[in-house]
Design a protein around this ligand. Structure first.
Ligand code: ZN
Length: 413
């Protein structure tokens, strides 16, 4: 997707403002001799920014406005090293809520809805993002936060929640509980807005069927406002992203070169109007593709496909590159297997070979040994690598309220 004239003007304004500050990127762009951004060629000369930069600039090195303009910070913890802190101005907070309200609208949610919000509140951007968007839209927020399933189900019934906001794992847990307790007739849910991570069609179908709801993927990350920068519409043909606030590129994660629309690569985002912590060409490590052409819903915002995984989740065994999404596809083909799984990769010093161990869940109706054999042979035929497969009973693997880590590489330890 080429950058438009209007987007270029916004990037130009960002750079002109940044180089007048002593912020991390202000200094960097000044040292690089940047004076603005007048063309696509100049845009493509802007170096990628990364979470590593944000760690280097910890705590507030990227702040690009005076202190009196900052109204809030958020932080993403990450799995390694220092956290990242993102300062927001009042306009940033408002812009984010505007985008989030658009997400709800694209999902067909209105002022009359009652939105039960289960993502966490606090330093990270989840709960408060869902809430601010809900209030901007004018719907009723039910700010539950995570956990306490007992109370979640009680409020869901008593208040007649019509929308549930959750991670896919937590939505699955709620669906399983509602099914187990026979509450389906007592709940009024119509839609689920699910924080986007790669999740299998099988899990999606289970949640949609058990709860009898339509599901919408919402996209976003703390470094770029938070969740709510893109969402599926009712045509379910990808997530519309708001190109008046953001410019999205897809690159080859190995070479950094842009890939053509329709081709899979890493999402790189430029914030066009962010004040507190503008980011240009930020590498998200999320893998997806631009969906070419117009959406049948008529909405003109460009579309990203569902997130296929993280470029850093890609794992390599015996020279074969694999994504968790491919493993999910395989599991989806085997009867009785759930969508939860875990992969451990280790090196066997005796044979000097890498070993891949796949743990998956199956329900009690199926024979675990036969199921393991079926998974192993599918894996071998599709990935050319033979894993060790361990089948465990349903609900053995942890359901997380945050994004679940599924691949554990023990080779470098
Ligand atoms: Zn659409």
């Amino acid at each position: 997707m080429r950058i438009s004239e209007e987007q270029l003007k916004k990037v130009d304004a960002q750079i002109k403002r940044l180089i007048k500050t002593d912020s991390y990127y202000g200094k960097m762009y000044r040292d690089l001799g940047f004076t603005g951004c007048a063309s696509e060629e100049e845009f493509l000369r802007i170096p990628f920014s990364s979470k590593e930069d944000l760690r280097n600039a910890y705590p507030l090195g990227i702040q690009a406005v005076p202190d009196e303009e900052v109204v809030r910070i958020h932080s993403s913890s990450g799995t390694t090293g220092k956290p990242v802190i993102i300062p927001y101005t009042a306009k940033d907070v408002d812009d984010w809520a505007t985008m989030f309200a658009r997400c709800y609208e694209l999902a067909g949610i209105t002022k009359k809805d009652r939105i039960q919000i289960t993502p966490g509140y606090g330093l990270w951007t989840a709960g408060i993002g869902f809430q601010a968007g809900c209030e901007k839209l004018g719907a009723m927020a039910i700010p539950m936060g995570p956990g306490n399933t007992e109370k979640q189900l009680q409020m869901m019934q008593d208040l007649g929640s019509t929308v549930i906001c959750a991670t896919s794992s937590y939505a699955l847990l709620l669906a399983e509980e509602i099914n187990k307790r026979g509450l389906k007739d007592k709940i009024k849910l119509k839609k689920g807005v699910i924080g986007s991570e790669r999740w299998s069609d099988k899990k999606r179908e289970y949640i949609a069927n058990e709860l009898g709801i339509e599901l919408y993927d919402i996209y976003g990350l703390t470094e770029i406002y938070g969740p709510g920068i893109g969402v599926n519409c009712s045509k379910q043909t990808g997530m519309h992203c708001f190109d008046d606030y953001l410019y999205i590129e897809i690159i080859n994660p190995k070479t950094g070169e842009p890939v053509p629309d329709g081709e899979m690569g890493e999402i790189v985002i430029t914030t066009l109007v962010k004040e507190g912590a503008p980011l240009l060409r930020f590498r998200t490590h999320d893998m997806s593709r631009i969906i070419p052409g117009d959406c049948p819903c008529g909405c003109k915002y460009p579309r990203l496909d569902v997130i296929q995984g993280r470029s850093d989740d890609m794992f390599k065994v015996h020279g074969v590159n694999m994504f968790p999404s491919q493993v999910e596809e395989i599991l989806g083909m085997v009867e009785g297997v759930s969508s939860e799984y875990k992969i451990d990769i280790a090196h066997d010093d005796e044979t000097n070979r890498d070993i891949i161990m796949l743990t998956a869940e199956a329900d009690g109706r199926v024979n675990f040994q036969d199921t393991a054999d079926a998974v192993r042979s599918l894996f071998k035929s599709r990935m050319s690598v033979t894993p060790r497969v361990n089948i465990v009973p349903l609900q053995t693997l942890p359901r997380s309220e945050k994004k679940t880590k599924r691949v554990f590489d023990h080779r470098e330890e």
